[in-house]
Write a protein that binds this ligand. Structure first.
Ligand code: HEC
Length: 415
C-alpha cells in the first residue's frame, strides 16, 4: 500500500525512532554518573569527564530534535490523512510523540540549574491548580512541596520509565515493523535530525546554567518557558486572561482534550467531509502555535543557553523611589493590607498562616527577599515580564493602589 507523502513522513517517523534509541543509549551511560539528589545533581554533571560531557550534549540536542521532528511528523500525518489510511502508524506516532515530549519535560530539570528548580516548582504548581486529581499529582511529583531528594528522585524515575521503557519499546517495535514491511522512506533525510543533533552537540554543547539556590529549591521563582512549552504557556496566559483561577484549563485541560481527540480521530472522522475539517482544524492549531510564538517567543528561554534570562538583573535595577525611606506610611500600609485581602491574593498565596497553600508561594518574609518597592510595583503590573507563569497581572489597579500593595509586601520581613 502506498501512503500519501510516504517518503517524507516515513522519514520523520523513522528519525524519531532512531533518535529515541540513541537517547536511551546515551541516557543509560549518563545514569552512571548522574546523582539524583538536591545536593548532588548539579555537581555530578559539572564534574564529569569530557567524554561524559560530550554524551550529555548529544543527549540534550537529540532530545531537542526528537521533539521537533515528532511534532512536525504528527502534523504531516494529520494533513495527509494517515489517521484514516494508516491508523496503526498514526497511533504509534502519537504514542511516541507523547513519550518523547514527556521524556523532554521530565529530563530537562534533572541538572537542577536555577531554571530547572523553578521549572519543577512552576509545573507542580500548575498541576496543583487543577481541580480533582490536581493536588494529588502535585504531591506526587513534588513530595513535601519543595525540590528535595524525594522530588528529584521521582522526576528521575519518571524520566527513566518514559525514555528507557516507554519510548524505547515503541521505537524498536516501530523499526521492526517498518523493516519487515519494507516500507520505503526518505533516504538520507532520515538521518538529518540525528546529524543536526550531533553537529549542535559538537559546536554548542549542553548549556550549563547556574546552580539552583536554596531559595529556588524552596520557593521557586519566575521562570521563562522553554521553546517546547511556549504553546502551553500561551494557553495558560490566555485562559488566565478570562479569569485568574482558570489557568489550568489552558495548561492542562485543553492539551489533554487535544491528545484524547487525536487518538480518537480514526473513529470520529468517518464521513466524507472528515478530511476537509481535519485539515481545517490542523491549520487552526498551527496558527495557534504561530501566534503563541509571536506573542511569547521573545520571553522564552534559549535552548542554547541555560543561564536564567536577565530577569534578575531587570528586577534589581529598579531605582528605589522616594517612598523607600524607612519611615513607613501608615495609611498606605493599611490600604495595602486591605487590597491584599480584597484582590484575592490569598486565593493563591498564604501570609501569616492565612490563605491558600498554592499555587503561589507563601509570602511571609517576601519583603526581605526583593530589592525595592518599585520592584513590587512593576512585578504586580506585569508579572509575565519577569517570567512569572501563573501569577496574574494587576495592571488594572491604580498606581496608588499598586504602591500601597507594594509597600505592604515590602514590609513583610519576618519568615
Ligand atoms: C492565580 C493565583 C495567584 C493570585 C490570585 C496571586 N498570585 Fe502572586 N503568584 C502566584 C504564583 C504561582 C507565583 C510564583 C511565580 C509564578 O509561577 O507565576 C506568584 C508570585 C508572586 C510574588 C513573587 C514571589 C517570589 O518569591 O518571587 C509576589 C510578590 C506575589 N505573587 C504577590 C501577589 C499579590 C500581592 C497578589 C494579589 C494582588 C497575588 N500575588 C495574587 C499566583 C498568584
Amino acid at each position: 500500500m502506498k501512503l500519501p507523502a510516504q517518503r517524507l513522513l516515513g522519514a520523520g517517523l523513522l528519525s524519531v525512532a532512531i533518535c529515541t534509541v540513541a537517547l536511551a543509549l546515551t541516557g543509560l551511560s549518563l545514569s552512571r554518573v548522574y546523582q539524583p539528589t538536591a545536593e548532588g545533581a548539579y555537581a555530578s554533571l559539572q564534574t564529569m569527564s569530557n567524554a561524559y560531557k560530550a554524551l550529555q550534549a548529544v543527549h540534550y540536542w537529540l532530545a531537542f530534535f526528537a521533539v521537533l521532528t515528532s511534532g512536525l511528523t504528527i502534523f504531516g500525518m494529520l494533513w495527509y490523512g494517515w489517521w484514516r489510511s494508516a491508523r496503526g502508524l498514526w497511533w504509534s506516532a502519537l504514542a511516541l510523540g507523547l513519550l518523547v515530549y514527556g521524556a523532554q519535560v521530565t529530563g530537562k530539570p534533572l541538572p537542577l540549574t536555577q531554571h530547572d528548580a523553578r521549572t519543577m516548582l512552576t509545573e507542580a504548581r500548575i498541576a496543583g491548580s487543577a481541580p480533582g486529581l490536581g493536588p494529588a499529582v502535585k504531591d506526587w511529583i513534588l513530595p513535601g512541596g519543595t525540590v528535595n531528594d524525594g522530588s528529584l528522585g521521582r522526576w528521575y524515575q519518571l524520566h527513566r520509565w518514559l525514555t528507557g521503557a516507554g519510548s524505547l519499546l515503541v521505537s524498536v517495535g516501530l523499526l521492526v515493523w517498518m523493516w519487515r514491511r519494507k516500507m520505503p522512506v526518505g533516504g538520507y533525510w532520515t538521518l538529518a535530525p540525528l546529524a543536526l543533533g550531533l553537529l549542535l552537540a559538537a559546536t554548542v554543547g549542553a548549556p550549563a546554567g547556574t546552580p539552583a539556590t536554596h531559595q529556588d529549591l524552596r520557593m521557586g521563582g519566575p521562570v521563562a518557558p522553554m521553546w517546547y512549552a511556549v504553546p502551553m504557556h500561551a494557553l495558560l496566559k490566555w485562559s488566565q486572561g478570562l479569569s485568574p483561577s482558570l489557568g489550568w484549563v489552558g495548561a492542562i485541560a485543553i492539551p489533554t482534550a487535544l491528545a484524547v481527540f487525536a487518538f480518537a480521530l480514526p473513529f470520529l472522522g468517518r464521513g466524507k467531509w472528515a478530511p476537509v475539517w481535519v485539515r481545517g482544524l490542523g491549520l487552526f492549531g498551527a496558527l495557534v502555535v504561530v501566534v503563541a510564538f509571536a506573542q511569547f517567543g521573545s520571553q522564552m528561554q534559549s535552548p542554547a543557553s541555560r543561564a536564567a534570562p536577565d530577569i534578575d538583573t531587570a528586577m534589581h535595577s529598579g531605582t528605589p523611589g522616594m517612598m523607600d525611606s524607612e519611615r513607613m506610611n501608615e495609611t498606605m500600609m493599611r490600604m495595602g493590607a486591605r487590597l491584599f485581602d480584597e484582590q484575592g491574593c490569598r486565593n493563591c498565596h498564604s501570609l501569616d498562616g492565612k490563605g491558600a497553600s498554592g499555587p503561589g508561594p507563601a509570602l511571609d518574609g517576601i519583603g526581605a527577599l526583593k530589592p525595592s518597592r518599585s520592584w513590587f510595583v512593576s512585578f504586580l503590573k506585569d508579572p509575565a515580564a519577569q517570567g512569572a507563569a501563573l501569577m496574574p497581572s494587576y495592571g488594572h489597579l491604580s498606581s496608588e493602589e499598586l504602591n500601597a500593595l507594594a509597600e505592604f509586601l515590602r514590609a513583610q520581613r519576618k519568615q
